[in-house]
Design a protein around this ligand. Structure first.
Ligand SMILES: Nc1nc2c(ncn2[C@@H]2O[C@H](COP(=O)(O)OP(=O)(O)OP(=O)(O)O)[C@@H](O)[C@H]2O)c(=O)[nH]1
Ligand SMILES: [Zn+2]
Length: 315
């Protein structure tokens, strides 16, 4: 019997392939060849995320049970000292939205890039509100250290339909992240008509004009049923800051790609890259091979991780 036709004794249904398109804590919406199913898990644990490929057993009434998780290409998580949350699985790209106005935090950009690099996900920076030309030069200068590292920066204007962006994103499996006010919602609404409709429904219900995202949802970029062969985008709440408490200090250094050729070259094997003599990172900082902003970002995230581990030695 092929794995596709495995019978499930409990329900008599046949297990089929699915893609998790929404995660609501303990239950999930799964896109399958048999349509969208509202699925539960067998155990108490609900360790699945939007973007996960699963095997599900349909049980009638558009419901189903998740039987198994397929191997993941990547898993994006966030964590503070005490909690860890799964954000999305199988991402190829993270779209970091910044804007010409109001100002953005380049530390947050480094943080998102580190989260991406830790999972071999490719970051793309989207500089939104490029129509505000007075501010463009300043924002470009702020992004120059990232560009110099080879990270792609796309200038866009969500207010003008984000033309051109859709084509670039069409084959990616991506998630949007960004500080409040950068225009993330406006961008998503411009790119994904289905998200726009969902917003209007929720806004009408809540009597607000705002795009309100209360759970992670995956949208197909071509409006079809998401099938993973084509592009999709996940819209997710609460992605303003990315706690990286789950990373070890050495792992964090690896997430700064310009440090990679330097790691292991310090005089002391347990070098903390603070003021040790013969530190390869400090030498690279001194002669301009490492950008001072990036080194500051590294220090700041490392201090935060150390603090989380102090608060919770279990990490
Ligand atoms: N000039 C200009 N304004 C924009 C653009 N995109 C968004 N805005 C405006 O920026 C403001 C913030 O946009 P939102 O889409 O709500 O921003 P957000 O990042 O989703 O912010 P939160 O909803 O707080 O998370 C709104 O007033 C938008 O109209 C753009 O491309 N150009
Ligand atoms: Zn060192």
């Amino acid at each position: 019997m092929s794995p596709n036709k495995q019978r499930n004794k409990a329900t008599g249904g046949e297990a089929i392939d699915g893609l998790i398109i929404a995660a609501f804590g303990r239950h999930y919406e799964v896109a399958t060849a048999a349509g969208r199913l509202r699925c539960y898990t067998r155990g108490k644990k609900s360790s699945f995320a939007c973007g996960d490929h699963v095997r599900v057993t349909p049980g009638g009434d558009d419901q189903g049970v998740i039987d198994a998780l397929k191997p993941r290409r990547s898993l994006l998580r966030r964590s503070d000292a005490f909690r860890e949350k799964l954000i999305a699985a199988n991402l190829s790209h993270i779209l970091i939205v910044v804007a010409t106005e109001p100002g953005f935090s380049d530390l947050l950009v480094s943080r998102c890039i580190a989260a991406a690099e830790s999972q071999d996900i490719t970051p793309i920076i989207i500089l939104n509100k490029a129509d505000l030309v007075d501010r463009l030069a300043f924002s470009r200068a702020q992004l120059a250290p990232f560009r110099a590292l080879g990270y792609e920066v796309i200038e866009a204007s969500a207010l003008h339909g984000a033309a051109g962006l859709l084509e670039r994103l069409s084959s990616l499996h991506a998630i949007f992240v960004g500080q409040s006010g950068m225009g993330k919602s406006t961008l998503i609404n411009a790119l994904i008509p289905e998200a726009n409709a969902a917003t209007r429904e929720i806004s009408a219900a809540l009597d607000s004009g705002k795009h309100t995202t209360t759970f992670a949802r995956l949208y197909a970029l071509d409006g079809q049923m998401p099938d993973d062969a084509r592009g999709w985008i996940i819209d997710s709440p609460g992605l303003q800051v990315f706690g990286l408490a789950h990373l070890g200090p050495d792992e964090l250094a690896e997430c700064f790609i310009e440090f990679r050729p330097l790691l292991g070259r310090c005089r002391f094997r347990d070098c903390r890259h603070e003021e040790e003599p013969g530190c390869a990172l400090l030498e690279a900082l001194a002669d301009g091979r490492v950008h001072p902003r990036r080194f500051e970002h590294y220090r700041s995230i490392r201090a935060e991780i150390a603090e989380a581990k102090r608060l919770n030695p279990g990490w």
